[in-house]
Design a protein around this ligand. Structure first.
Ligand SMILES: Nc1ncnc2c1ncn2[C@@H]1O[C@H](COP(=O)(O)OP(=O)(O)O)[C@@H](O)[C@H]1O
Ligand SMILES: Cc1ncsc1CCOP(=O)(O)O
Ligand SMILES: [Mg+2]
Length: 237
């Protein structure tokens, strides 16, 4: 929750984290977009997640699902499937999570991926077609699909995998971008992934390891100029 909220602030967004069933619908009312992240799943949070998703759909606001650890336990897989039925605008997961969400037989080891993004493209396209959403699969090259088109975002550094919740954080940036371009969620998601990956590339130049890369990532999300983004972003068909 710390890095995710700080990434959003550095990107110029305004995060608020809420999960209580007593207030979550009111928060959706004032939000531009909703992110549901099942990272630290527990029964009492699931009620808040479902209320938030339903309210977002009712109000016509975009909502984004991060199926963290989908496939790791039957409970997690079942909750992610139930959330998927509540019509997210975008799903962003790693390859293992997307394979599990599509019902493919695949062995996962928790919240980290055991597969490459390309291995989950077919599964992602299937989810996108069946549920009418955008699916973004992160990895060495991120793949974003609406079920027919595929955009590729080729920024990032491998060491992002050694900083916990960078996947969660990039999903939050996806939600922020989609809030600004709700009619173009495919493009918004791809460019969010590219912006995040480019900030990591710029931060990696001075990083000694995951700790300083985490700092450099936040700093570069904050300082990146429009020119740096235009020159460095690698989004292509
Ligand atoms: N091998 C890699 N090379 C470059 N960037 C990567 C690589 N693997 C993941 N990333 C980037 O790290 C971020 C988190 O992705 P990922 O590790 O796949 O998600 P998660 O943390 O949910 O497993 C994304 O921005 C992604 O593009
Ligand atoms: C370590 C851990 N455990 C439950 S959620 C979480 C963070 C996962 O973050 P990410 O999906 O970005 O790797
Ligand atoms: Mg993740």
């Amino acid at each position: 929750m710390d890095i995710m909220a700080n990434v959003l602030l550095a990107a110029g967004a305004s995060p608020a984290m809420a999960h209580s069933i007593a207030e979550v619908e009111d928060f959706v009312g004032i939000a531009s977009a909703v992110l549901i992240n099942v990272g630290t799943l527990s029964d009492d949070w699931v009620g808040g997640m479902k209320l938030a998703a339903k309210k977002a759909v009712e109000l016509g606001k975009p909502w984004v699902l991060d199926p963290v650890g989908c496939g790791a336990t039957p409970y997690r897989t079942q909750i992610c499937a139930a959330l998927l039925r509540l019509k997210p605008t975008v799903v962003r997961g790693n390859a293992s999570e997307i394979l599990a969400l599509a019902g493919a037989s695949h062995t996962t080891k928790g919240v980290d991926s055991t597969a490459a993004a390309t291995e989950a493209l077919e599964a992602g396209m299937q989810i996108a077609q069946e549920h009418g959403c955008i699916v973004a699969i992160s990895g060495a090259e991120d793949l974003v699909t609406d079920g027919s088109r595929v955009l590729r975002a080729a920024n990032g550094v491998p060491m992002l995998q050694q900083i916990t919740a960078t996947g969660c954080s990039v999903t939050a940036v996806v939600a922020a971008f989609v809030s600004q371009f709700p009619q173009q969620p495919l493009e918004a998601a791809a460019h969010a992934l590219s912006y995040f990956g480019l900030a990591a590339e710029l931060g990696a130049a001075d990083a000694k390891g995951p700790g300083s890369l985490r700092v450099g990532l936040l700093d570069n999300l904050w300082t990146m100029s429009e020119q740096q983004l235009l020159v460095g972003a690698k989004v292509h068909d």
